[in-house]
Ligand binder design. Structure first.
Ligand SMILES: Nc1ncnc2c1ncn2[C@@H]1O[C@H](COP(=O)(O)OP(=O)(O)OP(=O)(O)O)[C@@H](O)[C@H]1O
Ligand SMILES: [Mg+2]
Length: 323
C-alpha cells in the first residue's frame, strides 16, 4: 500500500528528494505498477522542485513511460501515489501538458484542426484558441503545413505537433516522453532550444535514454533501471560527487589486451576498452599515470593519445545502469 494521503512531508523517505520541502512541486510515494506478476515500477519515491527541469533516464524497459503515464492519469498505480504536492484532491490534468512517446493523431484532421480540438478539450475561448494555435504552429516550424492532413506528416512533424498539443493550455508542468527521439539532428537541436526557453516558465519532466540531451538541458536527473531509481540528484552535484580520475589511452593497435591486464593493479577501479581506446578509472592519478606510461612504453605500444581526465556523467550513467 502507498502512504496514506496527508502524510506529512517530513515523514517521507529522504531518498531521491530533489527539492527542499517547501519547494516540492511533484512527488511520487512508493509508486508501484504491476502488470500480471511483473513489477514495471517497483516502489519508487522521488520529488521534483517547482520550476526545475528533470530528466527521467534509463534503458529500454526501465519503467519510464509507465511512471509518466501514472503521473498523467493514463494508468492507475497498483499502489503508492504520484501527483502535484499542493493539489492532491484536484484534477491535475489541467495543469499538465503531456506528450506521449508515440502520439496518436486523427490522420484525417489537419494540424491546425487537431490543435483546435486539443484546445477545446481545455475549454480555451475561440479567440485565444486561434491565436495560441497559430503561435504554436509557428514556434514548432509546422505553420506551412497547418492545412495539410496529419496522415501526410513526417515522424518529426508529428512529434512537433504533439509538442504543440502538450503546450496548448499553457500548462505549469510539461511531461514529455522521449520528446526528441523521432527528430533529425536539426529538429533535435531546435526542440531542445525550445525546451530550454520553456524551462523559465514551467516545471518540466522528460524521459530520454540519451544522456547528452539530459546533460544539456536539465537541472536534475532520475536514473531508472528495472522499475527502480538507481541514482538521482541535481546534475551538478552528481557530477561533482561522482567525479573520479580517469586515464584515456588511444593507440594505433587494439588496446583491449593491455587494458584487461591493468584490472588487477591496485589503483585501477574500472576498465572500459573497445578496440583502440581504453578508459581506465583510477583512485590515484599520480601513481597510475607514472605506472601506465612506463608500462605502455616498455611494451612499445604505438600510443596516439594519453590523457589524464575525469569521469563524465556518461561513465556514471553506464555504471548505474550496469550495476
Ligand atoms: N500494459 C503492459 N502490460 C504488460 N507489461 C507492460 C505494459 N506496459 C509496460 N510493460 C512492461 O513494463 C516495463 C516498463 O515499460 P516502460 O514502457 O515503462 O519502459 P520505458 O522505460 O518507457 O522503456 P522505453 O525506453 O523502451 O520506452 C517493460 O518491461 C514493459 O514490457
Ligand atoms: Mg518509454
Amino acid at each position: 500500500m502507498g502512504l496514506p494521503k496527508g502524510t506529512p512531508l517530513a515523514d517521507l523517505p529522504k531518498e531521491n528528494t530533489l527539492a527542499p520541502v517547501e519547494n516540492i512541486y511533484l512527488q511520487a510515494q512508493h509508486l508501484t505498477k504491476v502488470f500480471g506478476s511483473f513489477r514495471a515500477v517497483d516502489g519508487i519515491d522521488f520529488t521534483i522542485g517547482k520550476g526545475r527541469c528533470a530528466a527521467l533516464l534509463g534503458p529500454n524497459g526501465a519503467g519510464k513511460t509507465t511512471t509518466l503515464n501514472m503521473l498523467c492519469g493514463l494508468l492507475s498505480p497498483t499502489s503508492g501515489t504520484i501527483g502535484l504536492a499542493s493539489q492532491s484532491d484536484r484534477d491535475i490534468r489541467q495543469h499538465i501538458g503531456y506528450m506521449p512517446q508515440l502520439p496518436v493523431f486523427f490522420n484525417w484532421m489537419t494540424g491546425r484542426e487537431f490543435l483546435y480540438f486539443a484546445g477545446r478539450l481545455f475549454n480555451l475561448e475561440k479567440k485565444e484558441l486561434v491565436s495560441r494555435t497559430d503561435e504554436l504552429l509557428k514556434l514548432m516550424g509546422i505553420y506551412e503545413a497547418r492545412n495539410r492532413r496529419i496522415g501526410g506528416y513526417s515522424g518529426g512533424m508529428k512529434q512537433r505537433l504533439g509538442f504543440a498539443q502538450a503546450m496548448i493550455h499553457r500548462p505549469e508542468l510539461l511531461v514529455l516522453d522521449e520528446p526528441v527521439s523521432a527528430l533529425d539532428p536539426t529538429g533535435r537541436r531546435e526542440i531542445l532550444e525550445l525546451l530550454r526557453a520553456m524551462k523559465k516558465e514551467t516545471t518540466i519532466l522528460f524521459s530520454t535514454h540519451v544522456l547528452h540531451d539530459a546533460e544539456d538541458l536539465c537541472d536534475d536527473v532520475l536514473i531508472m533501471k528495472a522499475g527502480k531509481i538507481v541514482l538521482s540528484g541535481p546534475l551538478d552535484e552528481l557530477r561533482r560527487a561522482h567525479r573520479k580520475p580517469l586515464i584515456v589511452v588511444e593507440a594505433e593497435v587494439s588496446l583491449q589486451e593491455w587494458a584487461e591486464g591493468t584490472r588487477t593493479l591496485p589503483f585501477v577501479t574500472r576498465v572500459d576498452s573497445s578496440g583502440q581506446t581504453a578508459a581506465i578509472t583510477v583512485n590515484d592519478m599520480t601513481a597510475a599515470r607514472e605506472y601506465l606510461l612506463a608500462d605502455l612504453a616498455s611494451k612499445r605500444l604505438p600510443i596516439t593519445r594519453f590523457e589524464a581526465a575525469y569521469t563524465t556523467l556518461e561513465n556514471l550513467f553506464l555504471e548505474a545502469i550496469e550495476a
